[in-house]
Design a protein around this ligand. Structure first.
Ligand code: HEM
Length: 195
């Protein structure tokens, strides 16, 4: 692990995830190793985001979401967006805490997915929109925070790592929620899920 002015992670890692095996051969990392790297990146970035995310980044997240996907704004009709940002933040904090035990989180994600579809009319495509904007928000936030200690080249590597890591987590969360909503819809109509 390298340090970059106290930043406790090798931010300059730029080997595309290729590692030397004990015998010296170059071998691609296994899925388990990639997963651990992603979790490490999520925990690291969350440790920088935590506290400050609530105030600044969450607000910017919703502003960007509504600007890029105007149809979504009506779903939040009358919601207190400060409270909403806190709920999303709290849920993500829990997801980060449960990274090694995601199976414990699945039941509440499923309940939330059913509620999102039934009550707020959220559809599967909306989860990708949220994932895209959330990754952009984290990256912009981290860039502002790290620009004095990390080179632009390293920052571009970090952006890609952040997209892969948070993309994995948010896709897992979004798919779990959307799948539960599909099953709920099918149970109600007697149809079979297509996905
Ligand atoms: C990463 C996935 C998401 C998470 C973790 C999440 C989390 C939450 C939480 C914790 C709440 C509080 C109430 C409840 O649990 O029902 C909530 C409410 C809500 N969410 Fe999500 N959400 C996600 C995705 C989405 C998406 C994709 C949309 C639509 C674009 C959406 C729209 C809403 C709306 C409209 C409310 C209700 C706001 C109100 O009227 O108070 N959410 N969300």
């Amino acid at each position: 692990m390298g340090t970059d002015n106290g930043v406790q992670m090798d931010l300059r890692r730029n080997d595309g995830g290729i590692h030397k095996s004990p015998t010296g051969d170059t071998a691609p990392p296994g899925a388990a190793e990639i997963l651990e790297q992603r979790k490490e990146m999520i925990r690291f970035s969350w440790s920088l985001l935590d506290k400050e995310f609530n105030a600044g980044a969450a607000e910017s997240f919703y502003q960007t979401l509504f600007y890029r996907y105007p149809e979504v704004e009506a779903m939040f009709n009358g919601a207190d967006m400060g409270m909403q940002a806190k709920k999303l933040y709290d849920m993500l904090r829990v997801a980060v805490r449960f990274l090694d035990n995601m199976e414990h989180l699945l039941p509440s994600l499923r309940d939330m997915g059913v509620r999102h579809a039934r009550v707020y009319q959220v559809q599967r495509a909306h989860y990708s929109a949220v994932t895209t904007i959330f990754i952009e928000t984290i990256n912009n936030f981290l860039e502002a925070r790290l620009q004095s200690v990390v080179s632009p080249e390293s920052m571009s590597v970090i952006r890609v790592d952040i997209a892969a890591s948070w993309g994995w987590l948010l896709t897992l969360v979004g798919n779990t929620m959307a799948d539960a909503a599909d099953s709920d819809r099918c149970n109600a109509t007697g149809a079979t899920p297509t996905r």
